[in-house]
Write a protein that binds this ligand. Structure first.
Ligand code: CTP
Length: 409
């Protein structure tokens, strides 16, 4: 799956030590299927050579507005017109100030000013020392840049080349790639608040042990990412999993089903879509020992009693907002046989408009899956594909089913 197939990115580098990360970003963009045209300022060329960027992009780098390679001698017009987006990475404090003022005395700022704004987005990845970042002048400029229609992608926090620690690092190349890919996805869920539960729950017996379910959380995390790409605000309630949080998603970590219920109930108060992908443990030990349960030497294992956990999806699907259609609930069913039958029955039982079925053992921990969508109208298959692609398809299906016009949250 090449997320940027057919896209042409103009990658602009300005002066900053983060230029070393732009080489990796260029590689990732090319690997994702994009063609990349690099444009560098004179200051950027102090940090990384055009030779490196040419080799990685497979195209000669532009650095001067007087570049005679363009037949009309107008690289500032031609390069911007060809691009699907301009990505400034790194964008220095000085360059941001120059953009805000509409300056245009060298090629990169000139082509940013000359870009057709309605068609060519300007994505800005700032990189600077933490004091420069925090300075009111920089913050004022960033607000103005945003108001002028650019998208500021934020910064990372951590160790800086100057030896200080704080905000202002350029985002990592993989994070920038995620933002650029997200930029090109259709905004089918703009204005929505989507809550997703993901991963297993862990039900403690004592401080050391407990019972849990099989679930990597990959499908739920992919849905959270796809919903955010589609323009939604996303809250992800995650059980114990080892998955990186998708960019721009608020994550609440929980362990047990009861904690997941509490977190989900809090998050759905103003949500418009709830997607329950979590593999919630159906039971939890009735008694939780305060200390580790020890072997008593008798050779007899302890007798455990269990009580049923709350059904999170059912509880939320029964709230007045869900019943009135203000909160659209989507359930998942992991089955091992008779998928269509079980999925239809489960949708009825949970009283939800859409249920997504899959064969559990074929998907646990995998990067791909096949889904079966069951709603009041019938059954539709989403054939085997990477989980992120399926998540995007599911997000489009959910968006198409939301009542229009949207009821007030
Ligand atoms: N679910 C939930 N809370 C639970 C159990 C399930 O929110 N305590 C949600 C899951 O996240 C999923 C859906 O309900 O979206 C289906 O869960 P599943 O365990 O497959 O179904 P059950 O209702 O438990 O039915 P059964 O165990 O009979 O298959």
């Amino acid at each position: 799956m090449l997320d940027l197939a057919g896209k042409h990115i103009l990658l602009g580098l300005t002066g900053g030590v983060a230029c070393y990360k732009s080489a990796e970003l260029c590689r990732l963009l090319v690997k994702a299927g994009a063609t990349v045209q690099v444009v560098m300022t004179e200051a950027a060329a102090q940090f990384i050579t055009p030779v490196t960027m040419q080799a990685l992009s497979g195209r000669p780098v532009y650095a001067s507005q007087w570049d005679a390679r363009e037949p009309n001698n107008m690289p500032h017009i031609n390069l911007g017109r060809e691009a699907d987006a301009i990505v400034l990475a790194p964008a220095s404090a000085d360059f941001i100030a120059r953009l805000v003022q509409g300056r245009s005395d060298e090629l990169l700022s000139l082509l940013c000013l000359a870009r057709p704004m309605e068609r060519v987005a300007l994505l800005v990845a700032p990189a600077m020392n933490r004091e420069m970042w925090a300075h009111p002048a920089t913050q004022r400029n960033l607000r103005q840049l945003d108001a002028d229609g650019a998208r500021v992608l934020g910064v990372g926090n951590g160790w800086q080349a100057c030896g200080e620690t704080g905000d202002g690092r350029m985002l990592e190349p993989a994070q920038l790639l995620e933002e650029i890919v997200a930029h090109f996805q259709p905004k089918a869920l703009a204005g929505e608040h989507v809550v997703v539960t993901a991963g297993p729950t862990f039900e403690a017996m004592d401080p050391i042990r407990g019972i849990t379910n099989h679930s990597s959380g990959k499908m739920g995390f992919a849905i959270a990412r796809a919903a955010r790409e589609a323009g939604a605000r996303v809250t992800l309630v995650a059980g114990p999993v080892h998955q990186p949080t998708p960019r721009g998603v608020s994550r609440i970590d929980v362990l047990s089903a009861e904690q997941m219920l509490q977190a989900a109930q809090g998050a759905v108060q103003d949500a418009t879509v709830f997607v329950a992908t979590a593999a919630v443990a159906d039971w939890r030990p009735a008694d939780q020992s305060a200390h580790k349960i020890k072997k008593d030497g008798s050779g007899q294992p302890p007798v455990l009693r269990f009580v049923e956990n709350p059904d999170i999806l059912l509880a939320i699907a029964r709230t007045p907002r869900a019943r009135e259609g203000a909160l659209f609930c989507v359930g998942f069913a992991a089955e091992s046989e008779n998928l269509v039958e079980h999925a239809k029955a489960k949708r009825e039982r949970k009283g939800i408009p859409l249920l997504v079925g899959n064969i559990g053992p074929l998907t646990f921990g995998q990067d791909d899956n096949a889904l079966l969508l069951v709603d009041a109208a019938g059954v539709r298959e989403l054939p085997r594909a990477p989980k992120l692609q399926l998540a995007r398809e599911l997000v489009a299906e959910v968006a198409a089913r939301l009542p229009r016009p949207r009821p007030a949250p």
